[in-house]
Design a binder for this molecule. Structure first.
Ligand SMILES: Nc1ncnc2c1ncn2[C@@H]1O[C@H](COP(=O)(O)OP(=O)(O)O)[C@@H](O)[C@H]1O
Ligand SMILES: Nc1ccn([C@@H]2O[C@H](COP(=O)(O)OP(=O)(O)O)[C@@H](O)[C@H]2O)c(=O)n1
Ligand SMILES: [Mg+2]
Length: 244
C-alpha cells in the first residue's frame, strides 16, 4: 500500500476546500505502507519508507469500444488492479452517498461528473491497495479529469491505451450490453458519443503528442484485440516489476 502527498499550490483554489484540506493533510511523498519498513525494526530505529512510484495505465475509448472487456484480460495476464471510473461512480450511487443523486443524473444524461469527485474515488482505491500497478478504465475523459489527476495524485501514466472503434459498432454493442444501465439507451448514447468527441479526443491527442499513446484497432474478436494489447505490456515487462 502506498500513498502520496502532493505539494498543493494556490492554483487549486477552485477545488472544494474540503477536498484540498483532506488531500493536503494526507500527502507529501509516495510512501510504502504495507511493507512496514517505516516502523522501527529490530532495534535499529526508524527506517524511512521506500518511495515507490506506481505503474499507471489509462484506458480510453468511446462508449462500447471494449475498454472494460480488455481490462479484465489485462488484469488476468499482467496483474494490474482494475479501477473503472464508471464502476466507482455507480458504486457511489448504490451506496446512497451525498453525491449519489448528482452522479446518477449526470450519468443518465451522458455527461461528465466533476473531476474532484471521480479523482477522490480513484485516489481512495489506490491508497488502500497493496498493488503498485493500476489500470484506470474510462479516465481521464476530459482535460479537466487529466489535470485534476496529475495535480492530486501527482503522477503521469506510463501507458495510455486508446480503443479505436467505429461508431456504429459501439452503438450496436451498447444496445446489446444488457447490464441494465441507465445510460445504454439511444438518446444517452448519442450524448455520450458527442461528449467523447468533444471532450475525450483532446485528451487522446494530448497523450499522442507526449508519445505514450497506444492505439488499438478495437473491432474484431476479443482475443484478436487482446493480441494487439499484449505486446505493449510485455515490452514494459510489468510482470517482473519488483514489489518491494
Ligand atoms: N471485441 C468485441 N466484439 C464484440 N462485442 C464486444 C467486444 N468487446 C466487448 N464486447 C461487448 O460490447 C459491450 C461493451 O463492451 P465493454 O467492455 O463494456 O465496453 P466499454 O467499457 O468500452 O463501454 C459488452 O456487452 C461486451 O461484452
Ligand atoms: N471519468 C469518468 C468516467 C465515467 N463518467 C460517467 O460514467 C458514465 C459511464 O462511464 P463508463 O466508463 O462506465 O462507460 P463505458 O464507456 O464503459 O460504457 C459516463 O458516461 C459518465 O457519465 C464520468 O463522468 N467520468
Ligand atoms: Mg466500461
Amino acid at each position: 500500500m502506498w500513498r502520496r502527498v502532493a505539494s498543493l499550490s494556490s492554483s487549486i483554489s477552485s477545488y472544494s476546500t474540503s477536498f484540498v484540506a483532506q488531500t493536503a493533510s494526507r500527502l507529501n511523498t509516495w510512501e510504502s505502507l504495507t511493507t512496514g519498513i517505516a516502523i522501527a525494526q529490530q532495534g535499529k530505529g526508524f527506517i524511512a519508507p521506500k518511495e515507490k512510484t506506481p505503474f499507471i495505465t489509462f484506458v480510453l475509448g468511446g462508449p462500447g469500444s471494449g475498454k472494460g472487456t480488455q481490462c479484465v484480460k489485462i488484469v488476468e495476464t499482467f496483474g494490474f488492479t482494475h479501477l473503472s471510473a464508471g464502476d466507482l461512480l455507480r458504486r457511489e450511487i448504490a451506496s446512497n452517498s451525498a453525491d449519489g443523486v448528482m452522479i446518477l443524473n449526470t450519468i443518465k444524461e451522458g455527461k461528465i461528473v466533476p473531476s474532484e469527485v471521480t479523482v477522490r474515488l480513484i485516489q481512495k482505491e489506490m491508497e488502500s491497495s497493496d498493488n503498485d500497478k493500476f489500470i484506470i478504465d474510462g479516465f481521464p475523459r476530459t482535460e479537466e479529469n487529466r489535470v485534476s489527476f496529475e495535480r492530486f495524485i501527482g503522477v503521469e501514466p506510463n501507458v495510455v491505451l486508446f480503443f479505436d472503434c467505429p461508431e456504429e459498432e459501439m452503438v450496436k454493442r451498447l444496445l446489446n450490453r444488457n447490464q441494465g444501465r441507465v445510460d445504454d439507451n439511444l438518446e444517452t448514447i448519442k450524448t455520450r458519443l458527442q461528449v467523447f468527441e468533444a471532450l475525450s479526443l483532446p485528451v487522446i491527442n494530448y497523450y499522442s503528442q507526449r508519445g505514450n499513446l497506444y492505439t488499438i484497432r478495437a473491432k474484431g474478436t476479443e482475443d484478436e484485440i487482446f493480441e494487439q494489447v499484449r505486446p505493449i505490456f510485455t515490452t514494459f515487462d510489468v510482470c517482473h516489476r519488483a514489489v518491494e
